[in-house]
Each structure stands twice: as structure tokens, then as C-alpha cells.
Design a protein around this ligand. Sequence first.
Ligand code: PBG
Length: 321
Amino acid sequence: MHIPYFRPRRLRGSAEIRRMVRETKLSVDDLIYPLFVTYEDGKKEIASMPGQYQFSVELLVKEVQEAKSLGIPAVVLFGLPEEKDAVGSDSCNDGGIIQQAVRAVKQSVPDIMVITDVCFCEYTDHGHCGIIKDEQVDNDATLELLAKQAVSHAQAGADMLAPSGMMDGMIAAIREGLDESGFEHLPIMSYAVKYASAFYGPFRDAVESAPKFGDRRTHQMDPANAMEAIREATLDIEEGADILMVKPGMPYLDILRVLREHFDTPLAAYNVSGEYAMVKAAAQKGWIDEKAVALEMLTSIKRAGADLILTYFAKDAAKWL
Ligand code: PBG
């Protein structure tokens, strides 16, 4: 019989030694908590995302306060406007929902990073991420408006902007718009590598942003592509992105790993609505252990290369860690 000389089990024998040799440590510092804000009063639970809500501005402030008291360093805000139109006007309006929310949060909870999602799909009546021409999202017409929206978020007091529309040249357009308006210090976290994913389903319920015709496959990436992720990320770095994001998270760990090996900028991963919904649903049925699965999932995302994780589990994770 072969007696093993190397015994990896020696380093697994107790909780203490496992703790000492653990390579990846998830921390509350890594978490970004996504939140939805609406014109309506009160809060309304999102059916496909148990435990997540559409908040009024007032209740949003309370939720951010709670996140802050749990040690979460940042929130990312998504707005549901009172009225949607063809060009998503509310998103660029100084009195718009996101601008109101940012001002209110910054006033009451000054020391938490407020990140805003910069896109049009929540604000347009057709649900697309920009201006429509001939049933297609017109890239360059959208760029101009994206810069306008970004400046408006900055003026309201946002600490970081997260453009998610996957328009070509969006980072350069936004960077230029910000710099011209005196916001050259404001960082951009680009949804650089964002796939056309079915995992966004519950989010589109949350912000009522499902496209009324067509889909997002002409601008978001094909889930089958990996090398293209390097090209997308390279372009965004050249255009001035400060942080690169991969989205979704768990089904795209290989992409995170590839980016980790190619880039030295901080990397974020978005543990999206569908990933959250699956864990919640299975846990409600008693089929999995929610806490163990959620923490394993977040640890795996970090192990794959993410420095930051946008996750609806942020509050839970902060309590569990
Ligand atoms: C676009 C945006 C989306 C998400 C974040 N920003 C939706 C989309 O591209 O359709 C999805 C997030 C999630 O699923 O949790 N503004």
C-alpha cells in the first residue's frame, strides 16, 4: 500500500489552522448594496426578489443608514421615475428621482459612497438603454445624453458613477462631460464586461425596464464570448474607467479570472438579481442553506478575482461575517 508523504489534510485539521491558511477572505469592505428608489410612498417588496424593495426617498435614506451602521461602504442606486418617455428625460432632470435620492442620502448619511447607475432603460417608455432610431439603440445619439445624465448625477452629489448601457465610447463621453463640468475627480466604475444575460430577469421586474420590443443583444455581450471581454475592458481603461465590472457574477467566474490576470485596476462583479432569486427560492423551499450558499457564492466571486461585489445579500453578508 502506498503511504502518502504529502498530506494536505494536515492543514485542514482544525478551524484554527483552516483560518490560518485561508487564501480568500470576504469582508464587509468588499460589498456594494444595490437599492431601488421610487416616487411612491412607503416600500414595496419586489415579488421575484424577496427581501428587496422599491423604496420611497424617505425610506431609502433609512435603508442606507442601516447599511452604513452595518459597515457597508457603498450603495448603488437605481431610480424608477414617475413618468417614462422616449428619451428617458427624468434621468437627466435636476428634480428627477435619482437626483432627489442622491441629495437626500448625501444629506443624511454623508459618509457612505453613493454610486449611481448611469443608463436609460429604467427611464424610457420602450425600456431600451438609449435613443431609438429604426428600432435600434442609436449609439452616438445616446452618448451625448449619457454625458448629460452623468453630469446631472454628479451635480446632485454622487460619489461615483456606474455606466451600465454598453454603448461604444460611453466611458470617454462621460469622462469628457464630467471633466468639462469640473468633476474630474469623480471616479467611473464601468460595467465594462456586461453580458446579455437571462439572469437580469428579476431586476427588470424591479424597475419595470423589460424592453417593449427586441432585446439587448445588439449591445450587451454574447454569453459565449471570453476573449472579447479583454477587448471591452481594454477600451474602457483607455477611455478612462477607474474600476472595471463583470456582470453577472457567478456564471462568469472564468471571465473575472481572465480580467484579473490582464488588468491591475480594481475589479467589481455584480452578483445579479437572478443569482439572488435562485438562492432565495431554493432556500424558501428548504432545499439549500441560504446563509452557507450565499457566503460560498460571494467567496467564490472574490476568489475568482473580484475586489468588490455588488450584491443584494450585502446586508445579510455584513451580519453573517
Ligand atoms: C441597466 C442595468 C441592469 C442591471 C443593472 N443595470 C439591467 C439590464 O441590463 O437589463 C441588472 C442588475 C440585476 O439583474 O441585478 N440599467
